[in-house]
Design a protein around this ligand. Structure first.
Ligand code: HEC
Length: 196
């Protein structure tokens, strides 16, 4: 390539990056003027960038892991109780993410019954539950051990979400109780156990 051609290519590149920088700055100005709210629907660009960034920290070795637990009724029942207690607050009992918290955080708690979650590998789901997702509401849950069976149980349960029955999703009694509900339950028990 001649010197001239190189200089021309560099100029085109320079112009393109300048345009890109201007466009980003403009987008930034628009966002700042409008103000930010976790209620806003994320733009397609934000959603794409967030999901792409999320994949990066999962080691490729971890992505290939297969769930060592079979989806037996016992495994699913235990994981369901765990889910109701720790996860349903954001992800909802049926995995739809349709909760006060899940709907209004940014990024949203996803509908885990859909392919965007179901197409993740066993290892990816495991890694997300163990390590959480930085810069989002998703906390890290796992114990730092080689094979956390409780987490693998949750992976089995997440795989089961698309065919969860109404009855299985009706796990309200397993959800954490507010202090108000606890008090009510206590009063009810006292009333029922009181001598006539
Ligand atoms: C405080 C809210 C909150 C709680 C509690 C929570 N999560 Fe999440 N979770 C999130 C949010 C928000 C995302 C989406 C993050 C994103 O889009 O990058 C998420 C994403 C996930 C994902 C990735 C799925 C996908 O398609 O993005 C899995 C798997 C998951 N959570 C499992 C669990 C499990 C299992 C529990 C309980 C042990 C749990 N979460 C508890 C907020 C929560």
């Amino acid at each position: 390539m001649s010197r001239q051609a190189i200089a021309r290519a560099l100029m085109v590149l320079g112009a393109l990056s300048l345009l890109g920088a201007l466009a980003s700055a403009l987008y930034g100005v628009v966002l700042v003027r409008k103000g930010f709210s976790a209620r806003d629907e994320p733009s397609a660009l934000e959603t794409w960038a967030a999901r792409a960034l999320r994949r990066a920290p999962v080691p490729s070795r971890a992505v290939q892991l297969k769930n060592p637990l079979p989806s037996t009724p016992e495994v699913l029942a235990e994981a369901r109780a765990h889910w109701a207690d720790h996860c349903a607050l954001c992800h909802a009992n049926n995995g739809s993410g349709d909760t006060q918290l899940g709907r209004n955080m940014f990024p949203r708690a996803p509908d885990m019954r859909r392919p965007s979650t179901q197409d993740m590998s066993d290892g990816e789901l495991y890694s997300v539950i163990q390590n959480g997702i930085r810069l989002t509401g998703m906390p890290a849950w796992g114990e730092p051990v080689e094979d956390d069976l409780q987490t693998w149980g949750l992976v089995a349960f997440i795989r089961h979400l698309p065919e969860l029955t109404e009855e299985e999703a009706g796990m309200k009694e397993l959800n954490p109780k507010s202090s108000h509900e606890q008090r009510e339950q206590q009063l009810e028990e006292e009333f029922l156990n009181a001598p006539d």
